[in-house]
Design a protein around this ligand. Structure first.
Ligand code: MIC
Ligand code: SF4
Length: 746
């Protein structure tokens, strides 16, 4: 399965047999993503299979965790009391490295600041037989693509951009830590059978258009919630003009439209990539099973989108949301109409989304073009290589030097500014300004914690082109620039190899394999640590309806996981539930006053911070609920956004709708994610009302009653709430959490 491990094999034979069983039952052509999922069914004979309806019980091939989510996942796994993981698992140190001055120094600083957490992860992975990628190795999704993804595979990862591996025909799905723990413990993993959205690509890309523009366009078409409950499956003749890593970029950003995952069928470009990453044997094996690694003729999609690559323009998405898509030709006008700050302060390339050899080569070609005209970047410019292998290879082949000469700062092989790990110095907090990155998401404050920063996302090519001009008012296709002598010139369209002709240079060895003798490994968590805390476990449901609950906050508008459990400086506390709970919902807008982190305490009538108010209710022994808007919990997989409300005494989150991963995370921790059966009922609730939640009514497929007691003393009224709990998930609620259920059944 991978060069990093022995004893784990790809079993296409078994997968084909499973598929034959399912085929004989369904008697219809299958999409490619269905094939991958159904070939991993725990019980292909008995499993009920209805897209969008059944809960599939699946057996993933692998688990991947990044450091910011692995801490909690491993702490949960430890409470399961097993001596080793039952499914191959890796942990990747990428989120905790802050960008300050440049790669080497930032990495050394991170090693120092995060020593306790890295030591914990290094020892826990060694103890439980998990592969460990040290800080500096690169970003989880790039490493998975380079080492672990394979055509037809099913991987789960504790990060929402896990779907990146779809570029190598893998069904790779982002989950919360508790889901990962199930699979690490050898239990089947449950997923609501997704619908399938087909994206048919025709034509061929050229010039300034890149694979990124396909997903930027799709995001504009489908919006941030358009992919909910669905897998996006690309197909059609246009696919063959995309590089494997380019397909990875497209799949990566499917997370931004809420898709369960995104996937491409196996093709020659993937074979080339497997070969370049020293896995030709896997490529050959996949060729033998090629018929299983693509859609059947006549496969039916629930929705079909068609994109002609001959006509596709480069796009720029943002600010503040990844689905606000503007074609390049209309961007200048949009900047003007919306009064977005014109000056481009910073351009940032790299991240898990766009840091392939191809991306770096094309970016360097634009930088070289500028340098040849005697000019450099006008804006600040940073580069985050996706992995040590990419960094070492572009260092050897010269792109890195070109980018530096052009004015770029090479950051560590890590997430850095993408997740707010950025000690930004060029502007003051609150100052309106524009930045553009080749990253995937651009929620308010995400990169630099400044709500006035207008963050745009685009292809790395456009990011570099914009930094040459130093302004958003620049279209490299139509506009000219001035060279060092004031003479006008036009940038050449970018060019660059998809794969290094001399092969990849692995760079430094950053992998720690689990030791053969694991019995002596000691995993230490200090009881006085402010960064790690052993989990105490939640208490059981009391078996009663909950009455007289205050509403902690009624959130208005976008409430992403960044609003619920902010990243940036808070990443520090990802292994300490009580400490990280001090960020709970501090970014969400209170509908009552339009402010963040200012809610009225029901008892004292004083305004206070959200976490402080929740702690006060908890101290009084009073449970509470949150009211939320559409697509609540969109964005990341971080289960802290579910653990925190549970820890601080919340009972239910009631919204117009949820993002998939967050909804599951809430259920796993024993919370009740509920939706208004009638979305307009959101408006009938006032933040100062009290509510009764008739939890004893919780049954599969039946609504639940919310009794509202209006704040002005008016007559109480009932609202119907829907939910998606199945039988076994209801047990989690009754037991207090999925972990409690696992312990009870062990
Ligand atoms: C993100 O891009 O938001 C993150 C940080 O990678 C998260 C995971 C996390 O919060 O740790 C994600 O996308 O799931
Ligand atoms: Fe890291 Fe950003 Fe990718 Fe998340 S989206 S894994 S923070 S690089």
């Amino acid at each position: 399965m991978t060069n990093q491990e022995t004893g784990h094999y790809i079993n296409y034979k078994k997968m084909s047999e499973n598929l034959d069983i399912v085929r004989s039952r369904l008697q219809r052509p299958l999409t490619y993503s269905e094939k991958v999922l159904y070939s991993h069914l725990d019980d292909p004979h008995g499993q009920d299979i209805q897209r969008g309806v059944s809960y599939l019980k699946l057996r993933p091939d692998r688990v991947a965790c990044q450091d910011a989510t692995a801490q909690m996942a491993i702490l949960q796994f430890m409470s399961a009391g097993m001596d080793r993981v039952q499914t191959p698992t890796t942990v990747h140190c990428d989120h905790l490295i802050e960008a300050q001055v440049g790669g080497e120094k930032d990495l050394a600083r991170a090693n120092d600041i995060n020593k306790e957490v890295y030591d914990f992860l290094a020892s826990a992975t060694a103890k439980y037989n998990i592969g460990f990628w040290k800080p500096g190795s690169g970003i989880i999704h790039q490493i998975v693509l380079e080492n672990y993804a394979f055509p037809g595979g099913l991987i789960i990862g504790t990060d929402s951009h896990t779907p990146n591996a779809g570029g190598l025909a893998t069904a790779a799905i982002g989950v919360g830590g508790a889901d990962a723990v199930d699979v690490m413990a050898g239990l089947p993993w449950e997923l609501k059978a997704p619908n399938v959205i087909g994206v048919r690509l025709t034509g061929k890309m050229s010039g300034w258009t890149t694979p990124k523009d396909i997903i930027l366009k799709v995001a504009g078409l489908l919006t941030v919630k358009g992919g909910t409950g669905a897998i996006i499956e690309y197909h059609g003749p246009g696919v063959d003009s995309l590089s494997c890593t380019g397909m990875g970029t497209i799949c990566n950003m499917g997370a931004e439209i809420g898709a369960t995952t995104s996937i491409f069928p196996f093709n020659d470009r993937m074979y080339d990539y497997l070969k370049a990453t020293k896995r030709q044997h896997i490529g050959d094996f996949s060729r033998d099973y090629a018929a299983q690694l693509r859609e059947d003729e006549g496969a039916q999609y629930d929705q079909l989108v068609e994109i002609n690559l001959d006509e596709l323009e480069p796009h720029i998405n943002g600010p503040f949301t990844p689905d606000l898509a503007t074609p390049l030709s209309q961007f200048k006008q949009a900047v003007k109409d919306n009064k977005w700050p014109e000056e481009l302060k910073v351009g940032l390339i790299g991240s898990c989304t766009n840091s392939s050899y191809e991306d770096m080569s094309r970016s360097a070609s634009i930088a070289r073009d500028a340098l040849d005209h005697g000019i450099k970047s006008k804006s600040l410019f940073t580069i985050t290589p996706g992995s040590e292998q990419i960094r070492a290879t572009i260092e050897r082949d010269g792109q890195l030097q070109t980018l530096e000469e052009y004015g770029g700062v090479i950051l560590a092989n890590a997430c850095g500014p993408c997740i707010g790990q950025w000690d930004r110095k060029d502007i003051k907090k609150g100052e309106a300004n524009s930045i553009i990155s080749s990253y995937n998401r651009n929620f308010t404050g995400r990169n630099d914690a400044n709500p006035a920063t207008h963050a745009f996302v685009a292809s790395p090519d456009l990011v570099v082109a914009m930094t040459v001009a130093g302004t958003l008012n620049f279209n490299p296709i139509t506009d000219t620039l001035k060279d060092k002598d004031g003479k006008e010139f036009k940038l050449k369209p970018p060019s660059g190899d998809g794969l290094p002709t001399r092969g990849y240079d692995a760079g430094r060895d950053t992998y720690q394999a689990p030791p053969a003798d694991r019995s002596t490994v000691n995993v230490a968590v200090s009881p006085t640590s402010d960064r790690l805390q052993i989990l105490a476990g939640f208490s059981k449901w009391d078996g009663k309806d909950a009455t007289d609950l205050p509403i902690l906050i009624k959130c208005q508008g976008k409430t992403t996981t960044d609003h619920i459990s902010m990243a940036g400086p808070w990443l520090k506390y990802r292994g300490h539930l009580d400490n990280i709970s001090n960020n709970m919902l501090i970014g969400a807008t209170n509908e009552e006053n339009g402010e963040a982190n200012k809610v009225k305490n029901y008892f004292t009538k004083e305004y206070d911070a959200v976490p402080a108010t929740a702690r006060d209710y908890k101290a009084r022994g009073v449970k509470w609920v949150v009211i939320g808007d559409w697509n609540y919990g969109e964005g990341s997989s971080r289960e802290h956004a579910a653990l925190e409300p549970r820890h601080l005494g919340g009972l239910a989150i009631i919204t117009r709708s949820f993002a998939r991963i967050h909804e599951t995370n809430l259920k796993k921790q024993g919370m009740l994610p509920l939706t208004f059966s009638e979305p307009a009922d959101y408006d009938r609730i006032h933040p100062e009302d009290k509510v009764d939640l008739l939890c004893t009514e919780l049954e599969v497929g039946k609504p639940l009653t919310l009794r509202v007691h209006p704040k002005d003393g008016g007559a109480a009224f009932d609202i119907s709430l829907s939910h998606t709990f199945n039988e076994s998930q209801i047990e989690w609620f009754h037991d207090g959490s999925a972990l409690n259920t696992m312990a009870r059944k062990a």
